[in-house]
Design a protein around this ligand. Structure first.
Ligand code: PEP
Ligand code: MN
Length: 344
């Protein structure tokens, strides 16, 4: 439910409503917009209990209305203003654009450190790399696991890049969370509800990739699982969906970017690497993602793509990544945004 306050409501009146809701055991979110002040209310049985409080009789209250969307916490009704997620000095969801780049998988200490240095030089602020890999075949390289996490931490130490890496199971979530600045939940796990609930108990940003055949509503409801468990730091990531098309690995559904922005207050990244499966298409779709309004990109870059243990065909060389970054900066500039840089 949301409580809509009158134009010109006073601070004291707002506080009185907040106190009343607090006494009744509800959790609230106050949104002070230019046009309107709104209180989002959550708790057990809000729909049946709130009308009994007759909040409309309190000074400054215009109306109490239900949220009609199936998702509540993620929706704009509940919180009209954009959410900005802080990762160290970096802001995700504001005027800055963040670019996460690095190999699909952490393969060795040397490979990862080299990739980290190169993507930092080209202007990335976040290092990506999977230590736990959700591979289609059980015979494919499955990742270095904790050793890979240690290499990621070492790369962060040396370069100052933030780390995004995937947790594939509630069993490795805690460990991944100890090392990562942002926890990735992969496309295949978008509806692993146990993993979502556990990630909701952490105080760490979660990059939630879209399932290969998930509707937008299912995807937002997956975010809602994380938020309902208490963690509001969710970043969507569009990485393409499965269609009849076979020239590309997935079909990058860029219409989801403005749609997610309309429906929710959360930030969204675009992954042009898994979205296309072909390195030659990645720069164009990276530009397009930013043009569509994405708050960031996650791009696979490998020091030597032809030798990559996973996703080589869609990985950019460091040189091509550098060119793509320049182009992305140009698009960001047109939108009055800025591609963030590391301070150190
Ligand atoms: C990845 O980022 O390497 C990955 C496995 O992505 P997705 O979950 O989108 O397939
Ligand atoms: Mn990959």
């Amino acid at each position: 439910m949301i409580v809509v306050l009158n134009h010109g409501v006073t601070q004291e009146q707002v506080q009185a409503v907040l106190d009343r809701l607090d006494r009744e055991g509800f959790k609230v979110h106050l949104s002070k917009g230019d046009a309107r002040t709104i209180i989002g209310v959550i708790g057990e049985n809000t729909k049946t209990r709130l009308p009994g409080l007759a909040l409309e009789a309190m000074p400054g209250v215009e109306k109490v209305v239900p949220i009609l969307q199936p998702f509540k916490l993620a929706g704009r009704d509940f919180k009209p203003e954009d959410t900005v997620i802080q990762v160290g000095d970096l802001e995700i969801g504001g005027k800055q654009i963040q670019v996460a780049a690095g190999p699909c998988a952490v393969e060795s200490r040397e490979q990862l450190l080299e990739a980290a240095r190169l993507v930092k030089k080209a202007g990335a602020t976040i290092l990506r790399g999977g230590a736990y890999k959700p591979r289609t075949s059980p015979y494919s390289f499955q990742g270095l696991e904790q050793e890979g996490l240690r290499f990621l931490a070492e790369a962060r130490e040396e370069t100052g890049l933030a780390i995004v890496t995937e947790a594939t199971d509630p069993a490795n979530l805690q460990l991944v969370a100890q090392y990562a600045d942002i926890i990735q939940i992969g496309a295949r796990n978008m509806q692993n509800f146990q993993l979502l609930k556990e990630a909701g108990k952490l105080n760490k940003p979660v990059l939630l990739k879209r399932g290969p055949s998930a509707t937008i509503e299912e995807w937002i409801l997956a975010a809602e699982y994380i938020m309902a468990a208490g963690n509001y730091q969710v970043i969507f990531c569009e990485r393409g969906i499965r269609t009849f098309e076979t020239y590309t690995r997935n079909t990058l559904d860029l219409s989801s970017v403005p749609l997610i922005k309309q429906l929710t207050h959360l930030p969204i990244f675009v992954d042009p690497s898994h979205g296309t499966g072909k390195w030659s298409l990645v720069p164009a779709m990276a530009r397009a993602g930013i043009a569509a309004g994405a708050d960031g990109l996650i791009v696979e870059v490998h020091p030597n793509p032809s030798e990559a243990l996973s996703d080589g065909p869609q990985s950019l060389t460091p040189e091509n990544f550098e060119v793509a970054m320049k182009e992305v900066k140009g698009v960001a500039h047109l939108l009055d945004k800025e591609v963030a840089r590391l301070n150190k």
